[in-house]
Design a protein around this ligand. Structure first.
Ligand code: F6R
Length: 617
């Protein structure tokens, strides 16, 4: 949601800002704009729609050469996605100040009333514009931009990353962060700001994550950080391990297609250095937690949203089966606003690709207030979630650009398996042979995922063939259940069709009424060798729906000799551990959704109404 870029330095600022905004496009937006200062004058261009509209506007009305500026992609909250509501917003009657904002200013109505009473004229319907006018007004009184900026930041409630430039101070960008992401890129003789490192990674890999309630004073040759009270704050830099090329399509027709194909590498990178050849998992990321503390854990609560919550569901199956610790999985926004029972012996695990999902951040803060320790599973270095958690297990999926999560999910599930095995070993819940066999099986996952991808055209062809489907249902048991829900979510978000995932055992309790002649149903079929006899139960479920007209596509294990008798099509995946099968079974569902969406001519990478990083509650 909303992308933010700031730059001070010798390069052509318009190019740096547009390049940064392009790399942040994946976050989701519906208008874009930039402001630069040149020869003591502020100039702004903004346009609703995609970045190409802004570029056309700049081509029609070129901007002068400049060495300082700010850029924004807006995901509309207050006010429709029009040219006027696009950011930047100008402050003061003389329009000397430009401001961009990500987040929501919750007390904007009272601040606006104050400004209206003084006769301020507003050019937009946004909550943001109040901040621009307030800072401009204070600056006119004191001519101290930092003082005006920090005083206004202290008056705002809600979530905001705000960047400001003022034509009277043409060498500095001021920025503030509360409950919304902001990262600094450190260059030589130039410095950058971005919603995430993608904004500047092609220019520098040295980055600083800005803390909660901090103000940045960014100049070409200096970066200073202060608290909202004006106290200087020390910072530490980190090295970005993403390659700029990792965030480009690299010849694939879409980012989603590329990211599906990236999965063997994403899983291998997530496992790298963490699973010894003998099958023992060593997670240095959580080494500060003692065996005693692990033994003291009475309960685990996993908080996450959307696809990440399905990774949490799979982790629940793994942790309960292997480590014998009770686990509950909660949508972050539900957990935060009820009265969950959290004790000092509750471990909270937050899963988030971006590490900036506001619902999950609020859940984590709440859990910490209640005294819980929080582990994060996160894909983004320097993200707020990573900073605020007691320990972080990074997934190394690389940048995920398509809005629909694919490789981040399988990397999150992989991290969940590793954590489950570490907990199992610490608690002595599995015998050595079983423990190390599971660890070794983890090491085989990247190759098995590659094998699934080698045969992915079957799933893609089925997706294309279902381009006119009005509804697709998904069924599974055990880990097949969250996989079914993920398959349905992928279809909803990128193909805009009705899709639902059910626990196969739940069918007879209601959902079977949905089945009518020709209804496509994709069923996750467990291994025929599974010890819990789930295979015959799922085959029975298939027979029940086929008897009522369903057309069944089965995802089954190679060598399953019976399933072919009960399905219109079977997609076979390699044999693995029953719980690890989740990683293999979800991949054909990703390809099915991608192909179906493509056949409908939709934008698979940037589906309507969605943002990649949901930074408001
Ligand atoms: C769906 C999808 C979303 C995210 C969810 C959480 O494909 O990507 O459901 O999984 O918004 O995002 P993160 O993982 O960034 O917290």
């Amino acid at each position: 949601m909303c992308g933010i870029v700031g730059y001070v330095g010798p390069k052509a600022t318009v190019d740096v800002l547009i390049g940064g905004l392009r790399r942040l496009e994946y976050r989701g937006y519906d208008s874009a704009g930039i402001a630069v200062i040149s020869a003591g004058h502020l100039e702004m261009r903004k346009k609703s729609g995609k970045l190409v509209n802004l570029e056309a506007e700049i081509a029609a009305h070129p901007l002068p050469e400049s060495h300082i500026g700010i850029g924004h992609t807006r995901w509309a909250t207050h006010g429709a996605p029009t040219d006027g509501n696009a950011h930047p917003h100008l402050g003061g009657p003389a329009h000397k100040l430009a401001l961009i904002h990500n987040g929501i200013i919750e007390n904007f109505a009272e601040l606006k009333a104050e400004l209206l009473a003084e006769g301020t004229r507003f050019a937009s319907e946004t909550d943001t514009e109040v901040a621009a006018h307030l800072i401009a007004r204070e600056y006119e009184q004191t001519h101290d931009l930092f003082a005006a900026f920090s005083s206004v930041m202290n008056r705002l409630h809600g979530a905001f990353t705000i960047l400001v430039v003022h034509q009277d101070q043409p060498d500095v960008v001021l920025a503030a962060r509360r409950n919304a992401p902001l990262v600094i890129g450190l260059g030589t003789g130039e410095n950058f700001l971005g919603s995430d490192v993608a904004a500047f990674v092609e220019h520098t890999k040295r980055a600083v994550s800005v803390g909660q309630d901090e103000i940045v004073v960014l100049r070409a040759d200096s970066v200073e950080l202060f608290g909202f009270d004006g106290t200087p704050v020390a910072y530490t830099e980190f090295e970005v391990d993403w390659d700029a090329s990792a965030a480009s399509k690299g010849g694939w027709p879409s980012f989603m297609a590329k990211e599906i194909a990236d999965q063997p590498q994403a899983i291998a990178d997530t496992l790298m250095g963490r699973v010894r050849p003998d099958g023992h998992v060593v997670l240095d990321d959580i080494k500060q937690i003692s065996t005693q503390q692990i033994n003291d854990i009475e309960r685990i609560i996993i908080v996450a949203c959307g696809t990440a919550s399905y990774a949490g569901d799979v982790a629940k199956y793994a942790i309960e089966k292997w480590a014998r610790i009770p686990v509950q999985v909660e949508l972050s926004h539900e957990f935060r606003y009820r009265s969950p029972i959290v004790t000092p012996n509750t471990l909270v695990i937050a899963i988030s690709q971006s590490g900036e999902t506001m619902d999950t951040l609020m859940a984590v803060r709440y859990a910490q207030e209640l005294g819980a320790k929080v582990f994060a599973i996160c894909n983004t270095q320097g993200a707020t979630l990573a900073r605020e958690s007691d320990a972080v297990i990074y997934t190394h999926a690389g940048p995920e650009v398509a809005v629909a999560s694919t490789k981040a999910l399988t990397a999150q599930i992989t991290a969940g398996y590793m954590l489950a095995l570490v907990l199992a070993e610490a608690r002595g819940a599995l015998d050595e042979a079983h423990l190390t066999a599971l660890g070794q099986e983890l090491l085989h996952l990247p190759k098995k995922v590659s094998e699934v991808l080698e045969n992915i055209s079957q799933a893609s062809d089925l997706g294309t063939a279902h381009a006119n489907a009005k509804s697709v249902l998904f069924l599974g048991r055990n880990v097949g259940f969250p996989v079914a829900m993920e398959g349905a979510l992928k279809l909803k978000e990128i193909a805009y069709i009705h899709a639902e995932g059910f626990a196969a055992g739940e069918l007879k309790h209601g959902p079977i009424a949905l089945i009518e002649e020709g209804q496509p149903v994709i069923v996750m079929v467990p291994s025929p060798d599974d010890v819990d006899s789930l295979h015959p139960k799922v085959i029975s479920n298939i027979q029940e729906i086929r008897a009522r007209g369903a057309k069944v596509i089965a995802i089954a294990e190679e060598g399953d000799g019976t399933v072919g008798n009960y399905a219109e099509a079977v997609i076979y995946v390699p044999k693995t551990d029953a719980i690890m099968a989740a990683v293999l079974c979800v991949i054909p569902l990703q390809a099915f959704a991608l192909a179906l969406s493509t056949a409908k001519g939709l934008d698979v990478d940037q589906p309507r109404n969605l943002a990649k990083s949901v930074t408001v509650e």
